[in-house]
Ligand binder design. Structure first.
Ligand code: HEC
Ligand code: HEC
Length: 220
């Protein structure tokens, strides 16, 4: 298992500035039962975590962790809780993690190769970019890899996951009230983006970003 960390030297170089000492990969076996071996998902609705941005991972885990308490105190009038995301599985999984564990897990995940360390060359042809994807460039990068720590990479992410996130964020943007134990997600910046998308565009974008090679794009 630890060999994986050593083998991903380009990924390590990318995140060398991160302060937290990584947690051992073995400590994340539970996570990998859902998120795939070494954080590379094989299940459409579960996101790949390997190679994701450290700051982004820390924030998502912290939000899931808080959401358990916040959801039980949702006001009767249906106002949104403060935490910006809820998923019953992840609320449960993160409930007992300390801040230190969250940081260390994030540091390890960010260093794992996003494709599980494949050796074959990246495909030469890139999928045709839908015009609507140009709106995403400024934050998510021209080919789905962002340069900001709080903006997730979306290249090579599971298509079903991307699609569902965009739809959930879009629903919130249109004012859907969050109900107890239902998936929801809200983020002011992404809500503005998602609100402008048709369902067809959501499908097209999910397909496009899922097809991009996370490796080609992970290098500057
Ligand atoms: C029982 C299955 C399951 C387990 C175990 C699990 N997760 Fe998750 N995780 C999910 C699902 C499903 C989602 C997507 C939630 C959504 O759609 O909002 C998710 C989402 C996430 C995200 C958000 C990713 C993104 O791109 O925004 C992070 C980070 C994460 N999980 C980390 C972890 C870590 C760390 C562990 C182990 C401590 C773990 N998960 C264990 C099912 C699981
Ligand atoms: C102004 C900056 C900005 C733009 C433009 C933008 N995004 Fe985002 N996006 C973000 C941020 C920030 C997040 C993280 C939200 C959070 O922390 O919950 C995000 C999150 C996401 C996620 C969730 C990823 C995950 O791992 O869960 C998807 C999918 C996504 N964006 C797709 C898009 C698409 C497609 C477009 C173009 C139509 C787009 N975004 C445009 C800033 C942006």
């Amino acid at each position: 298992m630890m060999g994986v960390l050593a083998a991903s030297s380009h990924a390590i170089a990318q995140t060398a500035q991160q302060p937290a000492a990584p947690a051992p990969v073995a400590a994340m076996e539970t996570c990998f039962t859902c998120h795939g071996e070494n954080g590379v998902s094989r299940v459409p609705t579960y996101p790949t975590l390997a190679g994701q941005k450290v700051d982004y991972l820390i924030r998502q885990m912290s939000v899931f962790r808080q959401s358990q308490d916040k959801i039980s105190s949702v006001p009767e009038n249906g106002a949104k809780p403060l935490a910006s995301r809820f998923d019953p599985l992840m609320a449960h999984v993160t409930a007992a993690l300390s801040d230190g564990e969250v940081s260390r897990i994030a540091a390890t995940l960010a260093q794992l190769p996003c494709d599980g360390g494949k050796t074959e060359a990246a495909p030469i042809s890139q999928p045709v970019k839908p015009q609507v994807a140009q709106r995403c460039d400024v934050c998510h990068g021209e080919v789905g890899v962002s340069s900001a720590g709080n903006v997730p990479n979306i290249a090579g992410q599971q298509r079903g996951y991307l699609r569902r996130q965009l739809l959930i964020i879009r629903e919130n943007a249109y004012g859907a009230a969050s109900r107890e134990s239902e998936l929801w997600r809200t983020h002011p910046i992404m809500e503005r983006q998602a609100a402008r998308l048709s369902i067809e565009e959501v499908d097209m974008l999910a397909q496009y970003y899922a097809t991009l090679d996370c490796r080609t794009t992970a290098r500057p």
